[in-house]
Design a protein around this ligand. Structure first.
Ligand SMILES: [Fe+2]
Length: 360
């Protein structure tokens, strides 16, 4: 069910070997690297039957529902491959779009419940994902996040059927990404890695993946701030994001993600920024949890070379331009947010809370 992965500079060449007898329908973001895109078009040639530009930003329920219905209506007899090239928002969008159904409520009926089987009135098209940012990991997870900004809620579209068939992770797509996008994407990936360590579903494999991801991201991201043309750092960040995504796809995310959603829904703070701003506080909670020495050790192995403490991490984030919640001053507001988040599905994945927070 999980996608086959191609990683590395020029891994887009792999596209020539995939589905040689099928047509391709491409969805991509407007900011795509023109040169790399031309290479892709050159490889697929006349097999491209349609090309669409995704301009919606974070996928919003009403907009995705409408686009899904419209695309399904125009696409019913088509068995082409869907190729999605973009960041997490685009990839989450095409994960929905690859299911063609003439039921206008199809998406609504399949949110927040695992999609393990596709009904006969629905066509599931092959899906190839190519991330243009190093962060979200969406290319290898069986989850799409669908926001509802009108009703201020967040939904998950997930299940074994939601995984893409192939993920092609080519850092060339990230070469032109501006600093803020590069930073926020990398911090989303760092959050995935740490959240999979302080997670009740963690295992030896996820810890190994997450530790490697943390080390790549924490060492390379500051280098990117100095030089956005550092291609070795770009490759390392792509690798880190992929490893973090692989860990997260097994454990799911945890408390920092849960805490972040309100910042994104209320103020449209970027997902990576919102998650990162909670990392020092959540790490502090791990440290304050009794009998949690093993998890603390795992965290130290992952990020101990870079930060001695949550305050140290907050300083590092500050240097990158991220204002985080203060781990040394758990204000009533912070405590209330934690209290709300801990009973959410993601919050319940968190390894623990200190007694004081249990009694809020
Ligand atoms: Fe995330």
């Amino acid at each position: 069910m999980k996608p086959s992965i191609s990683l590395g500079v020029n891994s887009i060449a792999e596209l020539s070997n995939l589905y040689p007898h099928k047509k391709f329908c491409i969805w991509h973001i407007p900011e795509i690297d023109k040169e790399v895109f031309l290479k892709i078009k050159g490889q697929l040639g006349r097999r491209i039957v349609s090309q669409h530009i995704y301009e919606m930003g974070m996928p919003d329920f009403d907009a995705v529902s409408a686009a899904h219905y419209e695309f399904s209506r125009d696409n019913q007899a088509d068995d082409s491959v869907i190729l999605g090239i973009g960041g997490g928002s685009l990839m989450d969008f095409v994960k929905v779009l690859r299911f063609s159904s003439l039921n206008p409520n199809w998406l609504k009926e399949h949110l927040n419940t695992p999609l393990e089987k596709v009904s006969k009135d629905c066509i599931r098209q092959p899906l190839i994902l190519m991330p243009t940012t190093a962060g979200t990991g969406s290319e290898i997870t069986g989850t799409a996040t669908i926001w509802d900004f009108k009703r201020k809620t967040k939904h998950s579209f997930f299940g074994n059927q939601v995984y893409a068939d192939f993920a092609i992770v080519d850092p060339q797509f990230c070469y032109g990404a501006p600093w803020i996008l590069t930073r926020d994407s990398a911090l989303d990936a760092l959050s995935h890695a740490l959240e999979s360590i302080w997670n009740i579903h963690a295992n030896e494999e996820t810890r190994r993946l997450a530790t490697s991801a943390c080390q790549k991201i924490c060492s390379q991201l500051p280098l990117m701030k100095k030089n956005l043309n550092n291609q070795a750092a770009r490759l390392a960040l792509s690798e880190g994001a992929l490893l973090a995504g692989m860990a997260m796809s097994q454990t799911q995310t945890a408390l920092a993600h849960s805490l972040s959603y309100e910042d994104t829904l209320s103020n449209q703070v970027s997902h990576g920024y919102a998650c990162a701003s909670w990392l020092p506080v959540v790490w502090q909670l791990v440290l304050e949890t009794p009998n949690n020495h093993k998890v603390c050790d795992f965290i130290r192995q992952a990020i101990g070379d870079f930060f001695q403490s949550p305050i140290d991490m907050a300083r590092w984030l500050d240097n990158l331009g991220i204002e985080s919640y203060d781990p040394s001053n758990m204000t009533p507001e912070i405590k209330q947010r934690i209290s709300m988040a801990k009973s959410s599905p993601r919050g319940k994945n968190f390894v623990g809370f200190m007694q004081a927070h249990e009694n809020i």
